[in-house]
Ligand binder design. Sequence first.
Ligand code: 5GP
Length: 120
Amino acid sequence: ATKPYDDENIFAKILRGEIPSTKVYEDDWAYAFEDINPQAEIHTLVIPKGRYVSWDDFSAKASDEEIGGFVRAVGEVARAKGLVEPGYRLLANIGGHGHQEVPHLHVHIFGGHPLGPMLV
Ligand code: 5GP
């Protein structure tokens, strides 16, 4: 079962402006910012503004408007970063087996160079 949402998680603090972040994109539904420990030339995180731990939590509880807004925001960031033509990678780590470290749903966007094969 998904854990209850923790309002003190790092991304909640980033959304509240309590921890600084480098903003890439923001709208009513989503916030995108640069990963503090980039694993590729471009490594941006996109999060829904709502209080959701995981993909399953989000898809079960969020409105169609929130879900649509979040999905659209991921595409907006890809376009803004010039990733559409060269290509890029989306990744979401979920829960224990997924090695999710921050318990607020986020999608990683990687790009800027050829990424090689996915390593599980
Ligand atoms: P996860 O393993 O949960 O999918 O990834 C969490 C990501 O959040 C990691 O890539 C990590 O570098 C990033 N991260 C953790 N703390 C912070 C922070 O305070 N600011 C930013 N911008 N990124 C963070």
